[in-house]
Design a protein around this ligand. Structure first.
Ligand code: AMP
Length: 249
């Protein structure tokens, strides 16, 4: 089984992002960038499938500015075999990413594509679903457990009020949720080894796909500041405030 894992370079999840003064987006200059956390989980799952002997090769792909090669190297240090970087001038929307990934799928013919469930920068939660739609492949989104049973993939997905289990024929699309696994840290020797793994770079434009944006960002604003809370002295005071101030009971 060959697995393709798309990984996105995003502002590190520990960084508090600030809206640009002109309200056109968030400031990213000079900020620490890392692999999207859900993509780390996707890479981890693919590497585990390889370690179990289920997968034979794990290929990672990133679309974005040339610096995304650092993200690919991190994925290779975690255990991916090789990387593909598609360079673009700006960050493409999910539909454009899905169309580019469709081209990579045609070239690489993976049996399984594992994406993150969402990129934490713009929280689109759309690329995996769009890729499944474009390819006509079955999809197991928000996966919290994966098992290969009789040549099919059994996927547990967390849904409201419980867990749903779906069985998919390959080739298929999976999107990784938080509980799927706990990603490993890359060890120093593996970081060194990853530097020698193959990384192919090409311009996204060379794939002949229309990646023009379909959305216009009207404005980006900070959320309204929340008022500080207070500590009440007793349950009676809490009930009184809920009844007379908040008027919720
Ligand atoms: P999104 O639909 O933007 O929330 O992203 C969902 C998933 O699609 C991410 O977790 C990645 O696996 C993949 N993805 C999105 N954008 C990119 C990108 N520019 N390069 C590689 N993978 C991406």
């Amino acid at each position: 089984m060959k697995i393709l894992v798309p990984v996105k370079r995003v502002v590190d999840y520990n960084i508090r992002v600030r809206v640009k003064a002109d309200g056109t987006g968030v400031e990213t200059n000079g900020l620490k960038m890392s692999m999207n956390p859900f993509d780390e989980i996707a890479v981890e799952e693919a590497v585990r499938l390889k370690e179990k002997g289920v997968a034979t090769e794990v290929v990672v792909v990133s679309i974005g500015e040339p610096k995304a090669q650092d993200t690919l190297r991190t994925a290779m240090a975690m255990g991916a075999d090789r990387g593909i970087l598609l360079t673009t001038d700006n960050s493409p929307e999910p539909l454009a990413v899905a169309k580019l990934l469709k081209e990579i799928v045609a070239r690489e013919t993976p049996d399984l594509v594992i994406l993150g469930k969402q990129a934490i920068d713009d929280d689109m939660n759309a690329t995996g679903q769009m890729l499944a739609g474009l390819l006509g492949w079955p999809q197991g989104t928000f996966a919290s457990k994966l098992e290969q049973i009789d040549g099919r993939l059994q996927v547990s997905r967390e849904i409201d009020g419980g867990t749903e289990t779906v069985s998919l024929a390959l080739p298929a699309i999976i999107t990784a949720d938080l509980r799927l696994n706990e990603p490993r840290y890359a060890s120093l020797p593996n970081i060194m080894k990853a530097k020698k793994k193959p990384l192919e770079t090409m311009e996204a434009a060379s794939l002949g796909v229309d990646i023009a944006p379909r959305l216009t960002v009207v404005s980006v604003a900070e959320p309204a500041e929340r008022k500080a809370g207070i500590t009440v002295g007793s349950v009676a005071e809490l009930v009184e405030k809920l009844r007379n101030e908040a008027k919720v009971i």
